[in-house]
Design a protein around this ligand. Structure first.
Ligand code: SF4
Length: 365
């Protein structure tokens, strides 16, 4: 069987490590949008959120290029993600794309259940390789997220503009051409060394912006129009904790520790919503805005796909948070019609506003 998977930021790197280690054949959709994107948009419900369309487009690309096994994580949460897997399977079926579509319930995931559902894919594979694959993949998740954080730190401080972008673009090119844990780990280490060598302006004090919002949009440069790179090249230090490594820490690792460590952003979000869940990352968005203000960020950018219910609910709390915590929050809603020029104009205007606010603050000291 040949596996295919959707992109979400850098997640393809650990997925490659996992599949290469176990020895599963796969088709990896291109990092940039492909021809199947138009088809996915055409065949998706008009008001489905952008992640639905982007994921569907990767599935179509995978099947058209020989894949016949799809694994998707849905669930019974409050948002529409819960039924997206079934809907995508139905659309693919109607379009005569034939593949085994396995939809895992992320809200109720057990190892036994995962192994049962992915049985055909790992049939005949050694259990040692499966365990090693999972272990290597998790290590790679953390390494890649640390690399990305280093790139964000370096980009806004680099003396020669464009160096970080060139290094990171070369990193992605090399990873796509390479297979296996060792080779990919070496590429990550080499890239870290290159980023450390980039000449930085040590006296430069950048404005700090925190990204909050829907996880897929915040983590996927192709969908968020490369916001981290754009802001970084404007001299802004961007922080984005909506990463796969944080997700693993919060949803798996902390649950394994018996002391009951709390999810800080979730707890902070409860100040404005007296509930445990409003779907997706809605409650985390509110909490992340509050935590960003407490950590003295200069501003917050809230990103979400058009029609995303949990983020629309979260947005209701922003005017109070802005006043109480004195932090500017700008919301950017993204869909397939979002124009790059207007997007950049809004980013530049927000950055100007933050710079002006900082100058005013300094003049009072
Ligand atoms: S959280 Fe929002 S964008 Fe994500 S799947 Fe749910 S509705 Fe769509």
């Amino acid at each position: 069987m040949k596996f295919t998977f959707p992109h979400m930021g850098n997640m393809y790197v650990p997925i490659k490590v996992l599949l290469d280690t176990i020895g599963i054949e796969y088709v990896m959709p291109p990092l940039k949008s492909n021809n199947s994107y138009e088809s996915a948009i055409k065949h998706s419900p008009e008001f489905a959120c952008l992640p639905f369309k982007s994921i569907l487009s990767d599935f179509i690309y995978g099947i058209e290029n020989g894949a016949d096994f799809i694994l998707f994580g849905g669930g019974r949460g409050q948002c529409r993600l819960g039924y997206y897997g079934d809907l995508q399977a139905e659309i693919l079926n109607r379009l005569n794309y034939r593949a085994e579509f396995v939809c895992l319930d992320l809200s109720n995931l057990t190892v036994v259940e995962v192994l049962r559902r992915i049985g055909p894919l790992v049939e005949g594979k050694s259990i040692f390789k499966i365990i090693s694959g999972i272990y290597y993949a998790v290590r790679t998740v953390y390494r890649v997220d640390r690399l990305n954080a280093l790139a964000r730190y370096t980009r806004c401080r680099e003396v020669q503009k464009g160096q970080t972008d060139r290094i990171m673009s070369e990193f992605h090119k090399q990873v796509q051409k390479t297979n296996g844990y060792r080779c990919i780990t070496n590429i990550i280490h080499d890239t870290v060394k290159l980023l450390r060598k980039v000449l930085k302006d040590r006296n430069y004090k950048p404005l700090r912006i925190s990204l909050v919002g829907e996880m897929y949009v915040c983590a996927h440069p192709n969908i968020n129009l490369d916001i981290e790179r754009k802001l970084g090249n404007m001299g802004i230090e961007v922080h984005n904790n909506l990463t796969i490594s944080n997700w693993i820490t919060e949803y798996f690792i902390k649950k394994l520790i018996p002391v009951g460590l709390k999810d800080k952003s979730l707890e902070a979000g409860k100040e404005y919503m007296k509930t445990d869940d409003i779907g997706g990352h809605g409650l985390h968005t509110i909490g992340n805005c509050i935590l960003s203000a407490k950590k003295k960020f200069d501003g917050v950018i809230h990103l979400y796909p058009f029609t995303c219910m949990p983020e629309i609910v979260a947005q209701c709390a922003f005017s109070e948070i802005e006043m109480k915590y004195n932090i500017p929050i700008m919301t950017l809603i993204i869909d397939e019609m979002t124009g790059e020029a207007s997007y950049v104009t809004r980013l530049e205007a927000f950055v100007d506003l933050l710079a002006m606010k900082t100058r005013q603050k300094m003049s009072f000291i």
